[in-house]
Each structure stands twice: as C-alpha cells, then as structure tokens.
Design a protein around this ligand. Sequence first.
Ligand SMILES: Cc1cc2nc3c(=O)[nH]c(=O)nc-3n(C[C@H](O)[C@H](O)[C@H](O)COP(=O)(O)OP(=O)(O)OC[C@H]3O[C@@H](n4cnc5c(N)ncnc54)[C@H](O)[C@@H]3O)c2cc1C
Length: 379
Amino acid sequence: MATEGVDKSLNLEKRDALIESIAKRLGVSAERGKRFAELTSLRVGGAIDWVIQPHTEEQAAAVIYELDKADIAWRALGSGSNVLADDEEHHYVVLSTQDLKGTVSFEGALVNVSAGYSLPRLCIDVWREGLSGIEGLGGIPGTVGGALWMNAGAYEHEIGTVTETVRVAREGRVVNIPGSSVKWDYRHTSFRDGELLLGARLRLKPDDPVKIKERMDEAKARRMATQPHGSRSAGCFFKNPPGSKLGTGKMIDNMGMKGTRRGGALVSPIHANFIVTEGENARAEDALRLAEEIRERVRNEHGIELEYEVELWRADSRVVKSSESLESEESLESSESVESSRGFEELGGLGEARNSQDSPNSPNSLNSQNSPNSLKGEK
Ligand SMILES: Cc1cc2nc3c(=O)[nH]c(=O)nc-3n(C[C@H](O)[C@H](O)[C@H](O)COP(=O)(O)OP(=O)(O)OC[C@H]3O[C@@H](n4cnc5c(N)ncnc54)[C@H](O)[C@@H]3O)c2cc1C
C-alpha cells in the first residue's frame, strides 16, 4: 500500500518520473488527468493517475514488464463495459487496450485478432468471411481482451469454446498458451489477476454467410427487445444465482424495483438486472448504493446472496501484479510457447528479479477470483 502524507507524495513523484521515462523509452502514450467516467460505459468513476495506451502487443508486454520491475501497480482496461470504478482517486496505471487493435487476419477457419479489437466489429468481419461460431456475441460491447477475460457469451455462443490459443504477456514477451489450458466457465475463466491478454486465435466453422447473418440479426432483435439500449450500463449487474429457477432480473422485477432511483442511478425499467446511470452528476456511489439495496432485499426476501457480475474497482484495494499471478500459474508453463521475442531488448536490466508482493505503491483489486471480494463477472 502507498504510504501516507509527505512520504506518499514523494513516492508518487518518483513513480511518476519512472512512468514518464518508461513510456518515453517504449514510445507509448502515457496520459494524466483521465477519469473512469470517460473510460467506462457506466460513465462514472474517479480520477486515474496514469493511462498508458500501447499500440502493439509487443509494446504492451514490454510496458507491463517494466511497470512490474519498477513496482508500479497497473490494471488492464478494454472498453470498460463491465467495470464500475468508485469515485475516489485511483493511484495506479490503467493499461488501456483501446489502441491495441491490430488487424484481423484469416487463415482458413482460423482468425487471428488482437486484444483491443472490438468484439462487435469482429463478429461482422467473420460473418463476411463466412465463418460461424461467435454470431451470438455480436451485440456484446467491448474488446476481444475483455471478452476473453470473462468468457463473454450470449445466445448459445461463448468465446472460450472457439479459442484455439491466447497470447499473453510474460516476462516482457508475447507468449502463446493453448485455449485448452484455460478453464472457461460461465462468464469466468482461470486467467489470474495481473495477467495481460494480448490477442487470440479463434477456430471457427465455415458456413453460409446468409445463415450466419440471420442468426446475428435474431440475437440482436432478442437483445433489443429485452435490454435497454443507448443507456449507460454495464450489462447485467448481478449473476444469476446457481440452481435458482428465477433469474436475477425477474427476482428484482417481482420485488417491484424497476425504476427505483438513487441519485443518478436507477434500476432499468426495461431489464431489472441492469443498473443505468443518468445525468452529469451521477456517481459510482449512487450505483453501488442501489446495488447494495437490491442485494439486501434479495437476501431478506429470498435468502439468496447475489454476486456481482460487474467488476467493482475500489481505489483503496490492492492490485495483484503479474509476477504474483505467474507464481501461482506453474501448470500453464509447460504448455507455453514463446511467440515473439521481447521487442525491446535495448531496455537493459530486463533480466532482473521481479518485485515482491509488498509493493509500496500497490493499490487493491477486487476482481480476483482469489480475492475475498471476488467480483469477476458472470452473465
Ligand atoms: C449493454 C451491455 C450488454 C452486455 N451484454 C453482455 C452479454 O450478453 N454477455 C456478456 O458476456 N457480457 C455482456 N456485457 C458485459 C461486457 O460487455 C463484457 O463483459 C465484455 O466482454 C467486456 O469487455 P471490455 O473490453 O469492455 O472489458 P472491460 O470492462 O474493460 O474489462 C472487464 C475485465 O476484463 C479485464 N480485461 C479487459 N481487457 C483485458 C486484457 N487485454 N487483458 C487482461 N484483462 C483484461 C479488465 O481488467 C476487467 O477485469 C454487456 C455490457 C453492456 C454494457
């Protein structure tokens, strides 16, 4: 954790200088003054110390390697369509994949794509190529990286079932791991906090583009009929309780909570498992307060503890770093292959030991499946 008062500001000054020097050496943009309200679909959330936006997978791998080496906490963010960040100041680096788009390439039924590529765009690209397997995902906002992270899915399709390999950042390199070595659960995967996903190769099935388009349109129509569109949301806020006959949306609806408003947040009148925000003054706290109220009522009236599907990012929680995640992921090591060598050998000192877990600058994370407040999303 960062130290308080004068020491903290001194530490932050030192950290800031390091970030500037890393970004300059690697040729990536590093910006200050951004807020989560600009980077997430709920349009709420506080200030972020730094946003770094690499353009290539190699650059991204090198950036987080350098940040880890310097003991600087970071977090990956795609389109921010599954994240609710609180209103406080977030003292860590957001590694945004928005510029990590690359180009989509096809090799028969294999599709190669980078983590920052738009998932809806990819669905259109593969339909035009006459490839089937992800048409149900067409209406899910976000990036390929975000979809891989939580095994996004809808209408009988999940990204994990078609993922042949995933490219991840390891020790400053782009490394290929087989999709079969990842546990793809219902809106949940075995990727660890601190793991940066860089891209994937998907294996799809050739099919008639007309039929694929029909299925895409059908999924879109179902989505439009049942979910709010054009609103500021993060999709379903809570998971469906396992084993319950009643879906979470129906449960909240039956409690008469549709349209309930707290500050700038309200339960969508269209789909009760969507919390939407409205107006310039909406705050993350409003959405959280409303969410906690829903959880309390469901607990009291149904005896069910609703789990968040949206990821809650607290400014004061600890961010797990990739070095920690690697320590607990030895099982994957045997199946890895290094795809490209470290792109930035000129950096010097790259072989040095990683930082310990007791980082002086590590804020906290709530998105770990290992963390007590595990909030990794499930639809
Ligand atoms: C209107 C609406 C409808 C939705 N419907 C669905 C649906 O039907 N099905 C569904 O599954 N989801 C749905 N979602 C949720 C959301 O769109 C998905 O979870 C999406 O995959 C998130 O992608 P993202 O790029 O926005 O990720 P973000 O919100 O930016 O990030 C989500 C998580 O993924 C991690 N992450 C992102 N990129 C990377 C990376 N490259 N490496 C490592 N970690 C990364 C982040 O750290 C964070 O923990 C919906 C959301 C909205 C707003």
